[in-house]
Design a protein around this ligand. Sequence first.
Ligand code: GLU
Length: 376
Amino acid sequence: MTRETPLNRLQSAKRIVVKVGSALIAESGSVRQTWLNHLAADIAQRRQADQEVILVSSGAIALGRNKLGSERPRKLEEKQAAAALGQPLLMAALTQAFAPQNISVAQTLLTLEDTENRRRWLNARATMETLLGAGAVPVINENDSVATDEIRYGDNDRLAARVAQMMSADVLVLLSDIDGLYTADPRHNEAAEHLAVIHDLTTEHDAMASGSNAQADLGSGGMTTKLTAARIAQSAGCSTVITLGTENRPLTALLAGGRATWILSTLTPDTAREIWLKGHLTPEGSISVDAGAATALIGGASLLPVGVTTIQGEFGRGAAVAIKAPDGRIIAKGISAYSSLDIARIAGFQSDQIEKELGFRGRPAVVHRNDLVMER
Ligand code: GLU
């Protein structure tokens, strides 16, 4: 019998989010191109193993600040301007790193709203799914040049966790300049012990992270935000691993048993999503479907417009809705990809007629399978 080890989670993951911090990307304002080339080779290898990888990359501010003539931008608008200058440099470096692997990189800049607001979440997720389907590596950063303090993730650890949640990733890899969480700062305390596996994150772990053990590279919050990110991921059924990213080929090193701290989730992304949907869905209206659609839904399909008969209530895109069988029983709840007005216009039509009816090319499903939870 094979015993499940944390590494198995990485080996068997279908979807992995890898987050790299500014200190790994840039040194004295210049790109660490060799390191990036190695990271690209590592990611290419994961893809050959049939795993999808999303890269969350910092470094825009670190690469842009020289161009701004400011050593360390402090004011918000300086940081935003530095990010605007550095983001294209970051993408150019990544494009170059992935070119020998024949992999295209796709820039996706997110603001907090994109992952917190259901309506926008639907868009960001669909874009990312499409990119992954096309074989590209989505490269995500915060849209720093427009995000102001009140509406920022602020650090890419948290952003990466939100992305992992939104994309139902199995593992979140946080590449750091330390190989995980210690009971004390290992650089100053010989008795510091490394924690290899954490099942339940407690305030004790937070204390370890925020004490002398905290380290800050440009723009990031050190170990504390890594644990915050791990908590978000954990509740989304995603396990987090914090490991050393400074050496070349960090994923290879991790897979070869390199030292790391794993924060494991007991849920799978599917069950976590179901729990989340159940807890958060207060229907704003309902959609009645025909017998064929009801059977298809029970069998695991999405709700297509062709199966819709009537709509009750008025709701917008991204609203929670109840789905009713022909006998009036609620058989499912979900998030609607269309407003009630638009559904009324496409009800009974095939998905390929949506564009003709609405004048825009919408999603094929009224409620996508991933946004649906069956009533039991
Ligand atoms: N988004 C910032 C950048 O690209 C970095 C934020 C962080 O380091 O966590 O420079």
